[in-house]
Design a protein around this ligand. Structure first.
Ligand SMILES: Nc1nc2c(ncn2[C@@H]2O[C@H](COP(=O)(O)OP(=O)(O)OP(=O)(O)O)[C@@H](O)[C@H]2O)c(=O)[nH]1
Ligand SMILES: [Mg+2]
Length: 212
């Protein structure tokens, strides 16, 4: 749920990194945190188990600077991918303005990716969100692994990207694809926000006429 504060001219959006366990959601946030200058980011909060699996969520607030006169902030979250954290995933997903689906490109993880995508759709439906319209970007992560272990991008597109949303090959451990993904989802979110605020402004400026 985007927060627009007209008094302070601030926009705050929520982006959720979703996907199966160990696909690299937390790694995306760590990479972003490591690259963004200190004055553009807040403290990254990670609630992880001893073995690095996300237990509840990761949280990273980012400052994108001023866009159309508004200070624009993105709050990045990751869900825990492990199957039994279903309730937490649903909670973290609530109010998301944009979603990055981080798929694990390893061939043996294909079924997990499909299940996680179905789980995303089910959770969106439970929140009353239309999965066909929510800003979504796909990331095919771990493309740096040996060719024989991973599926190529066209195969992953066929298997996972039936909405034909923007997609990026990535290696979140070293960076390729990470900022491209973040930029794409941010653009989708802001474009949707500007379209809806345009509609709201038009409705205020020209209230529909009463039927004769
Ligand atoms: N080779 C390679 N390894 C990666 C990449 N991204 C993440 N990893 C590794 O995959 C493992 C899991 O990464 P995480 O970022 O913790 O995965 P996650 O999606 O947050 O997992 P959960 O919190 O359990 O849902 C770690 O050992 C990472 O170092 C990548 O692009 N390439
Ligand atoms: Mg994690």
């Amino acid at each position: 749920m985007t927060l627009v504060n007209y008094a302070t001219r601030e926009i705050t959006c929520k982006i959720v990194y979703y996907g199966p366990g160990r696909s690299g959601k937390t790694t995306n946030l760590h990479y972003i945190y490591g690259q963004v200058p200190a004055d553009r980011k807040g403290r990254m909060v990670s609630l992880a188990t001893q073995t690095d699996r996300t237990l509840f969520f990761d949280f990273l607030p980012l400052d994108l600077g001023t866009i159309s006169g508004f200070t624009t902030k993105m709050q990045l979250y990751t869900v825990p991918g492990q199957v039994y954290y279903q309730t937490t995933r649903k909670l973290v997903l609530q109010g998301a303005d944009g979603i990055v689906f981080v798929a694990d490109s390893q061939a043996r993880q294909l079924e997990e990716n499909i299940e996680s995508l179905q789980d995303l759709h089910a959770n969106l439906a439970e929140h009353g969100v239309d999965a066909r319209t929510v800003p979504l970007v796909m990331q095919y992560n771990k493309q740096n692994l040996p060719r024989e272990l991973i599926l190529d991008v066209p195969t992953l597109e066929d298997a996972l990207n039936f909405r034909n949303v923007p997609s990026f090959a990535a290696d979140a451990l070293h960076g390729p694809g990470v900022f491209e993904t973040l930029r794409a989802v941010s653009e989708l979110v802001l474009r949707r926000l500007s379209a809806s605020s345009g509609r709201a402004a038009a409705a205020t400026a020209a209230p529909s006429r009463a039927p004769r």
